[in-house]
Design a protein around this ligand. Structure first.
Ligand SMILES: *Cc1c(COP(=O)(O)O)cnc(C)c1O
Length: 402
């Protein structure tokens, strides 16, 4: 029994979050390996034809094909579900596969979605470009404005979709209010929780229905693989998610699942240290830049709400330098330690200019509407010694006269 305790919810539900992150989902083979095994197989064989038939007609449990089940992927799904406090989780090939699956699995022609203005560029592409092609309408709102969510509701509104904190402006959504509003109207709220992860913020506790992840970010945390996940109830899983996923196939590879499993074991340590570093770097930068957008600092207009929803500020924040694009690029070009990179959630410190990279595709009008200025930079603060990170920023700022 001990060998499979990570698969037994009676046992794992008594575990604290840090224990769940290391042990939930572990499903050992007859060899009793300590680390999770990597099952790189697309298919399965059967002892006799009857076993195959029983698995296909649902009379027997067991694997049939890796688009439907894979032991390594299942270990990851069970671990994320237990960390999230969700009944179910299904891993996806990327964060965008997770967002697309979480939304399209439940939407049909004629439905209406209310989505947050500030969002990951590709999430906005879904609402602005993909949905209209299938007769799904979307209303975009300022996600900080509780009244705007309510005013956007129509009789055919099916989904609320938002990130909090949002990429890259760090807008915070009041989840108790917005998810409660959704519930009261029979609307499903889908929360993209990539920035905080379930270590810092568990949207289900604030009334969310579905939580979707880019596991490429903090969950892997070391910039190695693309991965995603959708957490939901058993009812949502069976009615919407599974039929869609099993037949469209946005599945995660067992190799990537294994990498993320290993990442989850250190997620708590990493995200708390990176949050500490991000707070120190934010305090340093605040005196040198035009504007800070940092949920961990009292200058953030929604600081109180952010800290009520999150256990720590997370590794990501944004700021603006005077002098627009030219100065923002000059600051990036003066860095010696911090990488110019559009990735986030990595153990390395990375700085990016959203207007010319991640949010280039939403266009000038879209960026203005989302509050992304030409002088804005988005920071992922890593695990390096914080004194080295600050020293690098100091020399790069001095070089451009800031
Ligand atoms: C990165 C990211 C995504 C997309 O994830 P991929 O793994 O790159 O597909 C979606 N939402 C947010 C908030 C992200 O940061």
């Amino acid at each position: 029994m001990k060998r499979d305790s990570g698969r037994n919810r009676e046992i794992t539900k008594s575990w604290k979050p840090r224990t769940r992150a290391v042990r939930s989902g572990t499903w050992r083979s007859a060899h009793g390996e300590t680390s999770e095994a990597l099952f790189l197989t697309s298919g399965y064989s059967y002892d006799d034809a009857g076993v195959a038939a029983a698995r296909f007609n649902g009379d027997a449990d067991g694997m049939t094909y890796s688009r439907l089940q894979n032991p390594t992927v299942e270990m990851l799904e069970e671990r994320i579900a237990m960390m999230e406090g969700a009944e179910a989780c299904r891993a996806q090939a990327s964060g965008m596969a997770a967002m697309t699956t979480a939304l399209l699995c439940q939407l049909s022609q004629g439905d209406h979605v209310v989505a947050a203005r500030a969002a990951f560029g590709s999430c906005r592409w879904l609402t602005d470009n993909l949905f209209p092609r299938f007769g799904i309408e979307a209303t975009i709102v300022d996600s900080r404005d509780n009244a705007a969510w309510e005013a956007a509701i129509r009789p055919n509104t099916k989904v609320f979709f938002f990130e909090t904190p949002a990429n890259p402006t760090m807008d915070i959504v009041d989840m108790v209010h917005v998810c409660g509003l959704a519930r009261a109207h029979g609307i499903t709220s889908v929360v993209d929780n990539a920035f905080a992860t379930n270590v810092l913020q568990r949207p289900l506790e604030f009334g969310a229905d579905v939580v979707a992840y880019s596991a490429t970010k903090m969950m892997d945390g070391q910039g190695r693989v693309l991965a995603g996940a959708v957490c939901c109830s058993d009812d949502f899983l069976n009615e919407y998610l599974l039929p869609f996923q099993r037949n469209t196939g946005p599945n995660l590879s067992p190799f990537s699942a294994w990498v993320v499993l290993k990442g989850l074991e250190t997620l708590d340590l990493r995200i708390h240290r990176q949050s500490e570093n991000a707070l120190a770097v934010g305090k340093f930068l605040e005196a040198r830049v035009e504007r800070m957008l940092h949920p961990g600092l009292p200058s953030h207009p929604q600081h109180g709400l952010a800290m009520a929803q999150m256990d720590a500020c997370g590794p990501i924040f944004a700021f603006e330098v005077a002098g627009g694009r030219e100065q923002a690029h000059a600051l990036l070009n003066g860095l010696q330690l911090i990488d110019i990179s559009n990735n986030i959630g990595d153990s390395r410190s990375l700085l990016t200019h959203p207007a010319t990279t991640t949010h280039h595709g939403v266009g000038e009008v879209g960026r203005a509407e989302m509050g992304i200025s030409e002088g804005m930079l988005r920071f992922n603060v890593g695990l390096e010694d914080v004194e080295d990170i600050i020293a690098d920023l100091d020399q790069a700022l001095t070089r451009i006269g800031l």
